[in-house]
Design a protein around this ligand. Structure first.
Ligand code: HPA
Length: 269
């Protein structure tokens, strides 16, 4: 059983850390999803590059439901997702990692739920603590053991993209309490909770956001910054995999319990 899933964001396309790699094609209600399965230290891990292996899928076209359901069908319980972000906060600098703890959703055009037509019940998933408390602690401890600087809190603003933001938007997001801005964290985190999976985002700051940065933003700049942090990110992911315990002690695994028999059985059918 593959219990751990990695969703690689911008700049993280290659499961180099894994051995004994095979390609799995998982059929879901949302299409066929290709997932790479391999091992680190003998531990099975699933890897899925969110934007495709050649970065051909823009943020608003990512098959979020297909990806989460494919990982769920493989048996994945915990997902570590990476994401490139811009910083809205002068205390959060390019090159730093942030373990996101809240999000504000500004996306416009994406399916946000598995429970769409009422047939499987209507779900209003709780988002008081959107990112798994237990898993966030494991990631924070892993970073500390490696002496990789990681901020353990940050509010992630999710925009629709694929364009970058205007300075006026960034000013507004900042006034609303946002620290970081990216285009892919939502609905991934929401769908993972609906699927009763633990989910964390390790955000990698690649730039100061528009209007804070002294120059116009480019995707190349984001990719270059990701490239500079890739070594640390890889080390962090490996350490996290090694530290994950067998069972789960968080509430994520019972998030749709109130649906009763309409819950997991129907969800996976
Ligand atoms: N805005 C939105 N998404 C991003 C940014 C940004 O400044 N940097 C990396 N991903």
């Amino acid at each position: 059983m593959v219990r751990i899933g990695i969703i690689g964001g911008t700049g993280v396309y290659d499961p180099k850390i894994l051995k004994d790699i095979s390609e799995e094609h998982i059929r879901t209600d949302y299409g066929n999803i290709r997932v790479t399965v391999g091992k680190h230290n003998g531990i099975p891990v699933a890897f899925l590059p969110r934007h495709g292996e050649d970065h051909t899928i823009p943020p608003h076209r990512v098959n979020y439901r297909g990806n989460i359901m494919a990982l769920r069908k493989l048996g994945v319980e915990r997902i570590l997702a990476t994401g490139a972000v811009g910083s809205l906060n002068l205390k959060m600098n390019p090159g730093e990692f942030v373990l996101v703890d809240q999000f504000i959703d500004f996306t416009k055009n994406r399916p946000h739920t598995f429970f769409e037509d009422g047939e499987k019940g209507v779900v209003h998933i709780d988002m008081t603590e959107p990112y798994c408390r237990e898993f966030r602690k494991i990631v924070a401890t892993a970073a500390a053991t490696l002496e990789i600087p990681l901020k353990t809190r940050g509010t992630y603003i999710c925009t629709e993209g694929p364009r970058f933001e205007t300075p006026a938007e960034i000013k507004m997001y900042s006034l609303l309490g946002g620290h970081l801005v990216g285009m892919t964290g939502v609905p991934e985190v929401v769908l993972a909770r609906e699927a009763e999976m633990c989910y964390v985002t390790v955000a990698m700051i690649t730039n100061f956001a528009a209007g804070i940065s002294p120059k116009p933003l480019t995707h190349t700049e984001v990719l270059e910054a990701m490239g500079r942090s890739n070594d640390n990110l890889r080390k962090l992911i490996m350490r996290v995999i090694e530290m994950i315990p067998e069972g789960r002690n968080c509430e994520c695994q019972n998030s749709i319990e109130e649906l009763g028999s309409l819950g997991q059985g129907r969800f996976l059918s």
